[in-house]
Design a protein around this ligand. Structure first.
Ligand SMILES: [Zn+2]
Length: 405
């Protein structure tokens, strides 16, 4: 197919403010947005959206492309021996991965699932440890290259087996960043490595060395997890990394009182640290509304899809907004709009995406679906969608429909 689309007119697009507009896309970006002129199609280079609702493409802010079994054989979930235990879950994962289909095939399945549902930007954590070395990173870097025409992917060098407790991990993480990972990850500095300062010294040291962002998995609960969040916030400020640091999961924020949250929320916001949640079913999770009120950027991701951690996940960020709204007790329109913001604009801010949104000058990456407005889209989660990347259709009916290569 011809992938250089100089100019396309999208007629009768329903916007978030309820108006119906004609959108002009030139060289992949919105060049004009004007009230619908009721032009009679077909004109050359014209697509009639017929009143469909248009949303910016979703942001999948946290996923694991290397460890999903989506499209592979079903792997029954194995429970931990004594409650949730990260170390035991990692051991289950290692065993499962030995029998899995090739990683590239599984990653592609998962990527196409996400694009088919309307995500055109993504942050994936990729495992780095002594056992797998840089194998996962090298494979996923290759997959990223092959999907460059469809989706923008940020990769996090993720120390799945810890840093200090995993011999050689620091050197491998350094190497992963040299190879092309965009961010350095971390994993429960206290409960996994039992050395918060040592763990964060490596993470922020490598971030500074490579000019990389930071995104740390933090499952630790209660005051321990809160202490780690405060340490990360202090480091982010001290190293001038406002807007480049994220804490994923941050279950501890779901454990504290409203008073405590006010105080820590302001500190997190001031440090420009973003919080990622997937609103997991059986864990306390960060209070989305309270954090947003404090000024914190809260974004979301699918996290695990059909992997060794849990069997759920569908790669649909609109459905994720629904889950976040459902678990947060969001009923009012402004709350449902906030749930949608978490998977779209807030995600774009957390990932530092340029030119995001339905606006003149922004990249024409958008989703068209049947809904009257955002609140209805969040509660109804319409599955019939058409996805446009730089103004050209790339997916419909949940499947990738066109490629440039
Ligand atoms: Zn994760």
């Amino acid at each position: 197919m011809d992938c250089i689309v100089n100019r396309t007119h999208f007629l009768n697009a329903r916007l978030a403010d309820g108006t119906v507009a004609d959108l002009t896309v030139s060289d992949g970006r919105f060049s004009a947005i004007a009230p619908a002129a009721n032009t009679t199609p077909p004109l050359a280079g014209t697509i009639d959206l017929a009143g469909q609702f248009v949303l910016p493409a979703f942001v999948e802010g946290h996923i694991h492309l290397d460890t999903s079994f989506y499209g592979d054989a079903w792997r029954p979930h194995i429970p931990c021996t004594n409650g949730f235990d990260v170390r035991e879950r990692v051991a289950f994962q290692m065993r499962n991965l030995e029998q899995a289909a090739p990683m590239e095939e599984r990653a592609r399945n998962q990527l196409e699932l996400c694009v088919g549902n309307g995500s055109l930007a993504m942050r994936s954590h990729v495992m780095v440890d002594a056992a797998v070395g840089l194998k996962h990173v090298e494979t996923i870097l290759g997959v990223r290259e092959k999907y460059r025409d469809l989706i923008d992917i940020q990769l996090v060098a993720f120390p799945q087996s810890g840093i200090l407790s995993s011999p050689g991990a620091a050197e491998l993480l350094d190497e992963a960043l040299k190879l092309g990972c965009d961010l350095i990850g971390g994993l429960d500095p206290a409960s996994f490595d039992r050395d918060v300062k040592g763990h964060l010294d490596v993470v922020f040291g490598l971030a500074e060395k490579h000019g990389a962002g930071v995104d740390i998995h933090l499952h630790d609960r209660g005051s321990l997890g809160l202490f780690e969040i405060e340490e990360i916030v202090t480091r982010a400020t001290a190293s001038g990394m406002e807007g480049k640091v994220a804490v994923s999961h941050a279950y501890a924020l779901g454990d504290i009182s409203a008073d405590g949250l006010d105080r820590v929320g302001e500190r997190i916001a001031a440090a420009g640290v973003a919080i990622m949640t997937n609103a997991p079913g059986d864990h306390p999770f960060p209070p989305v509304a309270a954090l947003r009120k404090a000024g914190v950027t809260v974004f979301a991701g699918s996290d695990n899809i059909r992997d060794s951690w849990w069997p759920y996940g569908d790669g649909d960020m609109l459905n994720r907004a629904n889950m976040i709204g459902y678990r947060s007790g969001f009923y009012e329109d402004w709350e449902l709009e906030a749930a949608c913001d978490v998977v779209s604009h807030a995600g774009a801010k957390a990932l530092g995406l340029e030119g995001y949104g339905i606006a003149v000058g922004a990249r024409a990456d958008f989703v068209a679906l049947s809904a009257a407005h955002i609140p209805e889209a969040v509660v109804a989660v319409p599955k019939e969608r058409t996805i446009y990347h730089a103004g050209r259709e790339v997916a419909r009916g949940g499947k990738v429909s066109a490629r440039c290569n």
